[in-house]
Every structure is written in structure tokens, then in C-alpha cells.
Design a protein around this ligand. Sequence first.
Ligand code: PEP
Length: 248
Amino acid sequence: MARRLIYAANWKMNHGPTAARSFAQRFLELTRPVEGRELWFFPPIISVAGVAEVFRSRPDISVGAQNAHWELKGAFTGEISVTMAMETGARTMLIGHSERRHLFGETDDQVARKTVTTLRAGLIPLVCVGETLAEREGGRTEQVVLRQMTAVLDRVANEDWERIVLAYEPVWAIGTGKNATPDDAAQVHELIRFEVSRRGVNVRVPILYGGSVNAGNVLSLLERPELDGVLVGGASLDPDGWAELVGF
Ligand code: PEP
């Protein structure tokens, strides 16, 4: 069986409905399904329906939302729920991205609650963890990643881990042009896997690496069997570049 690899594109606050559709149409022309390869897209929520519609003939492509509230309804102005995201075409949910944690103050417990709500609704969560530069330089990478993981492990039932995907994204590597070496990434992926299995979860949870991945460094990262794919921001914004990065 081919190795399962996930290439996830996080568009952040880029590509409104018109630009997102054009991207998807161009990307369809450029790529073909490849066995074992999954392509995940996280457009801004307002563009999800259009992108999902353009990609409807491609079962290797999933479209997801970048964020949702942990409650399913209520007085939360400006928020959307997981079920609303699903209704618009989302099948996956990005949770705990470092920009949510550090720019919008999302806590470990909120990340864990969003993960549970996403699982209950039947979507696949892609849960991000990772340390800041100060934490890495202070020798606290392990402690921080384990703290973030513990919050999720405390709330998610063991049997639900079959439907979770994780991403290790060192904050210092996101959008900075500096990326972790394949060894650095593999080491943290192993740490995460060890912790998940120490807590009694018997499945091999896929873990993506994210942080300044581009067409020039993706192959050396994915040579490491500890990595199950990549989560990419900047280099996923142009359809030709993204098609090249994923191998067409
Ligand atoms: C991201 O947004 O998750 C990310 C990894 O961004 P970039 O690839 O631009 O570093």
C-alpha cells in the first residue's frame, strides 16, 4: 500500500470567493489524483462552498474550515459553528493554529473543546501544536508541546483518536522562511507519538509538519517516515506553485 501523505493548504485570510474558485479551477487542470496522496484545503470560511463545489469530482481533495467555536449555537457574535462549516462543505477543521493561539488568545482548553465538538459533528480535526522561539531557545519545546497535547488527550476519548490528524508547527518557523530541519521535526513527531501511546491510544496518529515548507524543501522533510505530510501557508497560495509542491 502506498504511504498515506497529506498536503494541507492553509490560506489564512487570503482568497475570497472569486479568487478561491479561480485557484481551484486552475489547480484542477494542473493535477491528477495520486494513490496515497490527500490534498486538504483550508480557505477562508466564506470561500469554502465555492472551492468544495469546484473540487466535487475529486475524492482525493477535502475542503475544511480554519476555525469554529466549540459551542454549536449561541450568542457568540462573529463566530461560526462546526455544523455551519459542515453545511457549507467543510469536511475537516483546522484547530489551534498558532495564529489563533497567539494572536487571538486561544487557550489549550479551548483547542481541546473545539477538537471534541469537531469530532462529534463528524468532521476530521487537524490539531496544531508547536513552541515559540523563546520557548525553543529556553529549552522548553518538549514541555510546551506536551502541555498542548495533554489538554487534547484529557478531553478526547481514546477511540476517537482514529479520526484525528495533528500538525507540529514550530511558531518560529511559520511565515519566517526558517524551517525546522527534518531531524528537528522528526524528533518532536516522535515525542508526540510517544505521549499519545503512553496515554493508551493504540492508533498511529498522522502528524504533519508545518513552517515555511516550500517546493525546495518538501522532499527532504518528507523523506523522514515520522512525517505524514505537510501543512503549508505561503507556498499554497498560488495554484501553479502549490501543484508543483504536491507533485502535480
Ligand atoms: C501555516 O500557516 O500553517 C504555515 C505553516 O505557514 P507558512 O507555510 O507560510 O510558514
